[in-house]
Design a binder for this molecule. Structure first.
Ligand code: SF4
Ligand code: SF4
Length: 432
């Protein structure tokens, strides 16, 4: 055990204590999210895609897909470990590019779980290939769905390739179809120069389409996006302003609908969670989840520390085909130990920051990729600072309280499937 189980009086003071106390690298007792790259092939070629463009395209030509036996091995290895539960997120590329393969993968994963109670399945898709047959299969097998969305019309679709093919219309149809089969998809939106000005309208459109969970992410500066970086990226000031606009929009929407019809933006929810309860409903922390409670699996079986990591040696943990997963992750891995040695207290800009036990200096990999140093403050530092202030102001005005209306997401009573495929598993240190 590496922390207290007493969360009754959680608040920011608790996070101060926990922030100082938790240094446990073992995944025991936690909720593990495995991002399973069934293929790098995709029917779109979004310019902001963080999947490796070149290797992905090579692999697409080679038709590289993850063998179903590898999916089985991942699920078996995880289910043998003393975890509270396991989430397998089928990812890509585009996992629906071959529905027959996805179907086999889902069924193989389910076979490995005795009663399935501690195995949750999710598919992260661009939504353009969903059909009634697929929706029916996913619904009947309890597979949650996350969809990546750019905007709400093809004008906002200019970073998808081939362009002008009516993708947004298809995605709108997919959302409605999934809902008609009983699956309410989570949605992931990448904030880019094309859509940032309209992000509140996009969130409103998603709400009206029946979506209840949206996550707006910045563009990541690796993968294909670096080829187009100047054209697509937005500044921290623009991001902060956008999150506040989205906060205003969701507050307005949620003030006039029943609790069950509320739509939350997950970045704001995570900030609100850590401010109110001391636990981020997100992956940042000290240590963060990387290589401990999350990992990413390539089609050929390579295991990387986190889906957010570039696929390079520093973040490689081994190969699931040859090795037992428990020998690759957590304290067993020098790469995990290296990443998780990063501490706020060792970072000049963070060590005296008033938000350090809520922010934990953000994502270490983000810092390392951006600045070439692990012990650096988060590239999104000014966004976080602005959002901590914003959330406190909104709480004081009784405007964001709806974000705390689902305390099980925050207090870690249960694992939350992360339908938008982002990093949003509740994982309080108490479970370690
Ligand atoms: S990244 Fe910025 S907000 Fe976060 S702890 Fe460091 S200085 Fe504070
Ligand atoms: S903080 Fe970064 S490296 Fe750690 S789990 Fe989250 S995204 Fe991955």
């Amino acid at each position: 055990m590496c922390a207290t189980d007493d969360r009754a009086g959680a608040g920011w003071m608790a996070s101060v204590f926990l922030g100082k106390g938790r240094r446990c690298l073992t995944p025991a007792g936690g909720v593990f999210e495995a991002v399973v790259k069934l293929t790098h092939g995709c029917n779109l070629q979004c310019t902001y895609c963080y999947d490796r463009a070149t290797r992905g395209e090579e692999r697409r030509q080679n038709g590289a897909v993850m063998p179903v036996d590898t999916v089985r091995k991942i699920a078996r290895d995880l289910l043998k470990m003393p975890l509270r539960s396991v989430i397998l997120t089928f990812h890509g590329g585009e996992p629906l590019i071959s529905f027959s393969h996805l179907r086999e993968a889902v069924l193989a994963a389910k076979e490995t779980a005795d009663d399935g109670a501690n195995l949750k399945l999710c598919v992260q898709t661009n939504g353009t290939l969903v059909t009634p047959e697929i929706a029916e299969f996913l619904a009947s097998n309890g597979v949650a769905v996350g969809i990546s969305v750019d905007g709400y019309c093809d004008n906002h679709n200019r970073y998808r390739w081939p362009a002008g093919a009516g993708w947004m219309e298809r995605i709108g149809v997919a959302i409605r179809m999934l809902i008609s089969y009983g699956i309410v998809p989570g949605v992931l939106v990448v904030a880019s120069r094309a859509n940032i000005a309209e992000m509140d309208s996009i969130v409103r459109w998603l709400h009206e389409s029946g979506v209840r969970s949206v996550r707006v992410n910045p563009v990541r500066d690796w993968g294909r996006s670096i080829l187009h970086w100047r054209d697509i990226t937005v500044s921290n000031d623009e991001l902060l302003e956008m999150y506040q606009r989205v906060g205003g929009c969701t507050t307005e929407i949620n003030s006039r609908v029943l609790p069950s019809a509320r739509t939350v933006e997950r970045t704001l929810e995570s900030i609100a969670s850590v401010v109110a309860f001391g636990f981020p409903s997100d992956c940042c922390g000290e240590p963060c989840l990387a290589g401990r409670l999350t990992a990413s699996f390539e089609p050929e079986g390579e295991v990387y520390i986190c889906d957010c990591a570039p696929k390079t040696q520093e973040y490689l943990l081994g190969n699931i085909v040859n090795d037992r997963l428990e020998d690759l992750i957590g304290a067993a891995s020098p790469n995990v130990a290296r990443l998780q040695s990063r501490r706020c207290a060792d970072i000049d800009r963070c060590k005296d920051c008033q938000w350090r036990y809520m922010c934990f200096a953000g994502c270490g990999i983000d810092a390392e990729v951006t600045y070439g140093r692990l012990c650096e403050a988060a590239p999104l530092c000014s966004v976080y600072k602005g959002l901590f202030h914003y959330v406190l102001r909104m709480f004081a005005g009784h405007k964001l309280q709806y974000l705390l209306s689902r305390p099980e997401r925050v207090l870690g009573a249960e694992a939350v499937i992360c339908p938008e495929g982002g990093r949003s598993i509740v994982c309080p240190p108490a479970a370690q």
